[in-house]
Ligand binder design. Sequence first.
Ligand SMILES: CC(C)(COP(=O)(O)OP(=O)(O)OC[C@H]1O[C@@H](n2cnc3c(N)ncnc32)[C@H](O)[C@@H]1OP(=O)(O)O)[C@@H](O)C(=O)NCCC(=O)NCCS
Length: 161
Amino acid sequence: MRMPQISDAAGIHRLISECPPLDLNSVYTYLLLSEHFGASCVLAGADDTLHGFVSGYVPPERPNTLFVWQVAVHEQGRGQSLGRRMMQHLLQRPGLAHIQYIETTVGPDNRASRAMFASLAQKLLAPIDEQPLFTRDMFGVHAHEDEPLLRIGPFAIASLP
Ligand SMILES: CC(C)(COP(=O)(O)OP(=O)(O)OC[C@H]1O[C@@H](n2cnc3c(N)ncnc32)[C@H](O)[C@@H]1OP(=O)(O)O)[C@@H](O)C(=O)NCCC(=O)NCCS
């Protein structure tokens, strides 16, 4: 597991395209994430075979929070704790040692993602709170599920096994 580099952007775009229901963003978005936010993103796999990716950032007004944007594990790599291990890897980076909350949005029907974040919260011995955030009408003409906000925390990263 490592930080993404700009040379990974096209590969990340391909991985995300193979991981519905994730929204596929432009290659340029993945270039920006790799160039400016690599310290809060993680990639799993070798150059030509990417197995997993997490994008995240620290919202400027909440420096103790890691907002997780997209989590993707290739179909062939699922069920081996890779999603949760990528999250734990991120939290164990020295630059994120001050993080006390994880926020993310997850559709109501995304069982796998909800289970992964529940499992992470359990490892962190932290509660999960859920509130409405992005509702389907906010996506305009683009059909989209609601994206409620999940907030995990507070936690101490030192509690991770
Ligand atoms: C969500 C996703 C990243 C999970 O990746 P993964 O590596 O298979 O998940 P993990 O193996 O780390 O699973 C973590 C926990 O969730 C549970 N889980 C994972 N998938 C599950 C499923 N489909 N149904 C029920 N539980 C599931 C696991 O059993 C595990 O629980 P445990 O730690 O108690 O044993 C992966 O399914 C994926 O890429 N899905 C498509 C894209 C997506 O929906 N991303 C998230 C958007 S918010």
